[in-house]
Design a protein around this ligand. Sequence first.
Ligand SMILES: *[C@@H]1O[C@H](CO)[C@@H](O)[C@H](O)[C@H]1NC(C)=O
Ligand SMILES: *[C@@H]1O[C@H](CO)[C@@H](O)[C@H](O)[C@H]1NC(C)=O
Ligand SMILES: *[C@@H]1O[C@H](CO)[C@@H](O)[C@H](O)[C@H]1NC(C)=O
Ligand SMILES: *[C@@H]1O[C@H](CO)[C@@H](O)[C@H](O)[C@H]1NC(C)=O
Ligand SMILES: *[C@@H]1O[C@H](CO)[C@@H](O)[C@H](O)[C@H]1NC(C)=O
Length: 507
Amino acid sequence: MLVSSTRHVLSICVLLSLVLSFCQGRVDPNFRIRAVNLGGWLVTEGWIKPTLFDGILNKDFLDGTALQFKSVTTGKYLCAELGGGSIIVANRTAASGWETFRLWRINGTALNFRVFEKQFVGLDANGNGIDMVAVSKTPGNSETFEIVRDSNEKNRVRIKAPNGYYLQAKTEELVTADSQGGNGWGDDDPSVFVMQMTGRLEGEFQVTNGYGPDRAPQVMRDHWRTFIVEEDFKFISQNGLNAVRIPVGWWIASDPMPPPPYVGGSLQALDHAFLWAEKYGLKVIIDLHAAPGSQNGWEHSGSRDGSQEWGESDENIHQTVAVIEFLTARYAKSPSLYAVELINEPLSPGATLESVTKYYKAGYAAVRRHSLTAFVVLSNRLGPMEPRELFPMASGLRGSVIDVHYYNLFQDMFNNLTVQQNIDFIYTNRSSQLNHITTSNGPLTFVGEWVAELNVSEATKGDYQRFAKAQLEVYGRATFGWAYWTLRNVNRHWSLEWMINNGYIKL
Ligand SMILES: *[C@@H]1O[C@H](CO)[C@@H](O)[C@H](O)[C@H]1NC(C)=O
Ligand SMILES: *[C@@H]1O[C@H](CO)[C@@H](O)[C@H](O)[C@H]1NC(C)=O
Ligand SMILES: *[C@@H]1O[C@H](CO)[C@@H](O)[C@H](O)[C@H]1NC(C)=O
Ligand SMILES: *[C@@H]1O[C@H](CO)[C@@H](O)[C@H](O)[C@H]1NC(C)=O
Ligand SMILES: *[C@@H]1O[C@H](CO)[C@@H](O)[C@H](O)[C@H]1NC(C)=O
């Protein structure tokens, strides 16, 4: 009896202290996150730090590079008939999806070409050994090619097949690998094609596979060790910010031996970030930026070739939940762990509301198994969606937060706005968008990415200052807070460090 009531009291105490500690996180309703993203650090984005790619051999040909080839003799584009599953032809006057080939890189010279329906170009295994088809779903020796460029005009190329011969457009409807090559690069040679690059990815897959297993580990560790350092956390804490949002990739959970081409070491960098955050009194939002299979097909989600396959199977969702579980368990005891963002920018319609909802429920539970206090951030989908579509689920989840990203870029409607129109858009449209998702009993709201960048030529410093101020004012009303994208970037308006040091932004 005594034992049991003592136990009872004890368990009430435990429960109370858990509830209290959870409430403490929200005890001051006026507290807001003023964060900066550490973009381009543990998940590579080439545009943030282009020099990271400098040492790659043959760096034009990275995974996901999109190529189109126009035959100089037929004057038409190479095409995977029906988008794949059939033959290769050279009879298209214009190039789009079926005429675009995405590279998979074996090394600097050996390449696979993936077509629209995801098969690989190769020699017809059942044919005469020279006919070109796109039927194989996995690339092997018969699907491995080399691009040989004219040294004078680098966009004039020959494509060397695994049988040692070059592709040629014999007619518009017959493409075979049986050319010896020839002497020059003239317009009369059916093995010559004019190559056009129409897309390029520079993410973690590209940089690690680009350097290859011998060089990537050192290159990446040097990058992680130097791109963000302790001094940055000091700078952040001294300039009116109270948190960092740290994008990470799913491979971090299998450190130190992630599946190739990813390399180990990003987990140690994240450990350092937590130590520095603790030292300088900053909070951390861990943000799963790259989920297995890629949730949006962009380079910053670790996509290999632009494919978006996250959420297509339960197994894939379980794997993602396990990453969240791993990260929360590892950092739950850190006083700096403030929130875990389950996935960044899932893109509709590929990422369906159903798969996202299923994942968010399971991911939320995974966080709660290790932490009752960490907020759980749910990124709204991009693409066609309804801004409150997550509310029915999120309203039942204590400590949940909706993340929205507001850029006055990337959409045609912003291309021709004046500076003043951009600013008005913040005060009227963004303001009402944010109001729409900010409700008294729903999830908290977080503008997890924004930037004081405008697509206006000849905007002045004063323009940027006013644009930044408008955003700070409006996003300051988000009930969870905001995070600038990003701390450091060669594009200076995208670097909060540069914006602060040059007097564009003062917090
Ligand atoms: C590239 O890969 C191909 C196919 O595996 C191989 O034959 C070739 O030797 C490799 N080249 C280099 C430079 O490693
Ligand atoms: C290209 O050739 C294929 C194979 O003969 C044919 O089925 C297709 O209709 C042709 N397309 C055009 C646009 O000529
Ligand atoms: C800026 O506007 C131009 C057209 O004026 C457009 O081509 C470009 O994509 C826009 N850039 C961004 C980042 O939105
Ligand atoms: C922007 O302006 C250019 C040049 O005046 C025009 O060609 C284009 O159609 C405009 N774009 C939009 C989205 O209004
Ligand atoms: C912005 O808001 C104003 C005022 O409500 C409205 O008239 C305008 O159509 C909105 N613009 C866009 C692009 O949504």
